[in-house]
Design a protein around this ligand. Structure first.
Ligand SMILES: N[C@@H](CCC(=O)N[C@@H](CS)C(=O)NCC(=O)O)C(=O)O
Length: 204
């Protein structure tokens, strides 16, 4: 297997945290998004979407969606369970993970790419950034309430929802997108989760 990645971008970080929690190591090839390497003919032949992460299997098959890749690896390596332990738990983990992906991560990304994108050549629309900034607090409040007193987003154990939330909040920090200080559970969760070895940049 080989992982095409860039350790500063949110979807690659989401997968890195998952790999760290599972203690899986996969050889990596860096594709520098800030230098536009995702748009070279060589990389577009690997992923026509021009996006990361991409997991290349030993037979040459490539997986180009981070959640599909995570679910594939979770099926290959079921321990520790990262998508719940029974059908209802699995549905609940997937539900909050999707809420975080669409409601927080994608929104933070739209704010950053429309305000001051780190990607070369991306000209944003300031009104879109402002609209998304106004919508973010509601979703953060929902996630904050879901975390409650739990140590992890979906309860007592880490799950894919933590991977997505960590990626989203790291990107928010990078782009100076404010996370409402009133979201106390969210801030407590971040302070605690970022101490986990899975959040340390991979060395392979
Ligand atoms: N839905 C895709 C999104 C992939 C994606 O947009 N990746 C970003 C980095 S977080 C990227 O490579 N962007 C490069 C670009 O848009 O030029 C996934 O989850 O894998």
């Amino acid at each position: 297997m080989k992982l095409y990645t860039f350790p500063f971008a949110p979807n690659p970080i989401k997968l890195d945290v998952f790999l760290g929690e599972k203690k899986l190591e996969i050889p990596r090839q860096m594709v520098n998004l800030a230098h536009g390497e995702q748009n070279t003919p060589e990389f577009l032949a690997i992923n026509p979407l021009g996006a990361l992460p991409v997991l290349e299997l030993d037979d040459g098959t490539r997986l180009c969606e981070s959640l599909a890749t995570i679910q594939y690896l979770d099926e290959l390596h079921p321990e520790p369970p990262m998508i719940g332990r029974d059908p209802l738990e699995r549905a609940r983990v997937r539900e909050i993970e999707r809420t975080i992906e669409f409601g927080v991560l994608a929104r933070v990304a739209r704010i950053i790419h429309n305000a001051n994108s780190p990607l070369p050549g991306v000209k944003g629309i300031p009104e879109v950034a402002a609209m998304e900034r106004a919508r973010l607090p509601k979703l953060l409040g929902i996630v904050d309430a879901r975390i409650g007193e739990h140590p992890f987003v979906a309860g007592a154990e880490p799950s894919i929802a933590d991977c997505t939330l960590y990626a989203a909040l790291r990107f928010a920090e990078f782009g100076k997108v404010e996370i409402d200080p009133g979201c106390r559970n969210l801030h407590r969760w971040l302070a605690s989760f970022r101490e986990r070895p899975s959040t340390k940049p991979p060395t392979s």
